[in-house]
Structures are given as C-alpha cells and as structure tokens.
Ligand binder design. Structure first.
Ligand code: SF4
Length: 361
C-alpha cells in the first residue's frame, strides 16, 4: 500500500506524524489498509499518552506498529542543552532540527500554572535591536510538527512529575503571524479534543504588531489570546524599538486591536519592555495610558532582559514601580513581571547566540 504524496515528508522521506491534521492522520491509516478509527488510537498515543516511540502503542497490532515505524516518525527535535534557573522556576531548552538549525523553548512554572513559551521560526526577520533572535536574522519557518514537538517535549517532562501544562504562549523565536499556516495547524493540534485538547483560552499568540495577522485572528472569532509587543506609545520611538512599526504605525495597529476586541470580546495584552532612560519615564506612562484609553486591555511591564552587544539596560525597580503607579492612576490595568530566568538567559534567542549556533552569524 502506497503512502499518499500529500503526506510524504521532505524529499519523499518519512511522514512527519506531527505535521498531519487529524484528517491527514485518517488518510495515513486508510493508506496502510487500516480502519479509520486507528487515527484516533494513534492520536491518543501521541498527544494524550505522549508516546515518543511506536513500540509503546500496545493496543495497535504489532504489524501496524512496525509499518508505522517504517513509513513515519513522531519527532525530529534533539535537545542540545537544557538549563534551569537557580530558583527552579524557569527551564530553557535549546533544540537542534534535522537541518542543523537550532531553536529555543522555555517552560515557566507559576503557582498554579505551567506555561510553555514556543518558537515559530528559526530566527526572525523583524529585527528588534534589543532581541538576540532579531539580531541573528531570519533562517526559515518551522513546520507545524516542529512547533507541536516543543510542547510534547515539556508535556512529557511535566507528566513525569505528575503535573500538566496549563498554558501556551507563542512568544519565543519568530513572528507567529509570518508563519501563520504552520502556527494555525499547530494551534489546531493543541485545541483538538481528539489530540492535545487544551482550551483555546489558554493559548496566546504574541505579535510585534503584524496587522493582517491580527485581522485574520479577529475574523476567526476564536478564543485565543492576543498579546502585542508594544514597548513605546509614539511612532518615533516605536520605530526604533520595533522596526515593523514603519509598515504598521500605531494608529493602524490600535484600530486592528479595537476591531479584535469588538469581534472576540477578549482583551488585548500589551507587553512593554522598560528600558532605562528610553521609554520608562512618567510622561511615557501617561502617553501609553492615552494611547490605550477606552480599550479593553492589560499591560505587562517587563524590565528589559539585557543581551550582549546592546547598550540598553532594563529599568531599575523603582522606575518600574513608578511607571506602574502612573498607569494605575490613569486606570490602566497593569502587572509587573520581574525578570524570569535572567541567570539562564531566558530572553528570546540568547542561549542560541551564546552557543554560536545562530546560523546567520
Ligand atoms: S522581539 Fe520578537 S519580533 Fe522582535 S526580533 Fe525578537 S523574536 Fe522577532
């Protein structure tokens, strides 16, 4: 029995199981001469029992397990380096991909939550000057399976300690809306009750402000969360910090945010990295409050996580708290997120560049 062309991996290689939609998984089962319900069994093994080897799938006939191992593979990521912060709450993994590129993912433990921060691209084309990933340039998009596998890796680790992952944030390397097809396919694997089965409300897409992506998400009227890396409330400063602002200035971005709230009823989260002496004064806070006035939103303040070769530093604690007070005075809901995992270089792309594995360097 022949594997349908549309399921075959790169260069006619093995089928990448994690790249498949549920319907494609059914196609694979049928092409192997199996009943359709085998797809449900395979999906349960991969996404619910977190099997990493076909040998574990003991309710499948032995001949099918052997055939699946011949024609397909479950995972393609190899962990190269793992580090845990001193407080044990942040764990970062550098993975290598089959073509030698590397990506990072982070597991963050909170009181009642276990959150994974995912990458969607190798590198990033947006080029934010304070970001190690942006400085290394763009290499390629990740496949849906390469996004999904980051989650399965940490989910297995949590399972071993009797815990379950609760939240996903697409806030690692890359701009998710510039690799939307693969990101959306991965989101479907995470939310499909037959596969991972996580509620859409527990998943957040973070963007540098790619307006067509925000509009597409609003049209879906899905319950996914939306976070925007804002960092400045005027175009002049934002263009320096987030070059994408030249294509989608604040007026256009805020209009897209208002439309998103109207269509979904969900608030928008704005990430604001505080940089000493650049965007952290009380007048910057007032400007931000003015920009967000009347919008259903929440602001997360994060002192910048410093990278090598960048003169900018995170704001000191008293400046962060003064900024927060100013926003509160103006009625803006705001949370301070003090640096997580500074000692393990948890900022996006830092571990990868430290190892000299940035392909663009
Ligand atoms: S901060 Fe995000 S959008 Fe900006 S360069 Fe880094 S990964 Fe890309």
């Amino acid at each position: 029995m022949r594997i349908p062309d549309h399921l075959e991996g790169d260069a006619g290689g093995k089928v990448a199981l994690l790249d498949l939609t549920y319907a494609e998984l059914e196609d694979l089962a049928l092409s192997l001469g199996q009943p359709r319900y085998r797809a449900a069994q395979i999906a349960a093994w991969v996404y619910k029992h977190l099997a990493s080897d076909f040998k574990e799938m003991h309710n499948l006939p032995l001949a099918l397990r052997e055939r699946l191992a011949e024609v397909s593979e479950i995972g393609r990521l190899t962990p190269l380096e793992e580090i845990t912060s001193q407080d044990g709450l942040t764990r970062k993994v550098l993975f290598s991909l089959p073509d030698g590129h590397t990506i990072e993912s982070v597991l963050l433990h909170y009181k009642r939550r276990h959150t994974i921060c995912l990458s969607t691209q190798v590198g990033c084309s947006i080029g934010c000057p304070f970001c190690a990933t942006g400085q290394a340039g763009f290499e390629r998009d990740l496949s849906p399976g390469e996004i999904v596998e980051q989650v399965l890796y940490f989910a297995r680790e949590l399972q071993g300690t009797g815990q379950r992952l609760t939240n996903l944030v697409f806030m690692g390397m890359g701009e998710p809306f510039l690799n939307w097809e693969a990101t959306w396919k991965a989101v479907q694997a995470f939310t499909d009750p037959r596969r991972f089965g996580l509620g859409a409300r527990h998943i957040t897409i973070s963007t540098a402000g790619f307006v067509p992506g925000i509009e597409a998400l609003a049209r879906e009227e899905s319950q996914l969360g939306l976070a925007i890396s804002l960092h400045a409330a005027n175009d002049e400063l934002r263009e320096r910090l987030v070059p994408l602002n030249r294509r989608y200035p604040l007026e256009v971005l805020m209009e897209a945010c208002r439309d998103y709230v109207k269509r979904t009823g969900r608030r928008v989260t704005f990430e604001y990295a505080l940089i000493e002496g650049l965007n952290d004064s009380p007048s910057h806070a007032q400007e931000l409050a003015g920009l967000l006035s009347g919008l259903l939103c929440h602001v997360n303040l994060i002192p910048l996580n410093p990278i090598a070769d960048c003169a900018w530093r995170g704001s000191p604690k008293d400046a962060v708290l003064a900024f927060q007070r100013e926003l509160r005075k103006e009625g803006v809901p705001v949370t301070v997120r003090m640096d997580r995992g500074l000692d393990i270089q948890a900022g996006c792309g830092q571990l990868r560049s430290r190892r000299g594995t940035c392909q663009a360097k």
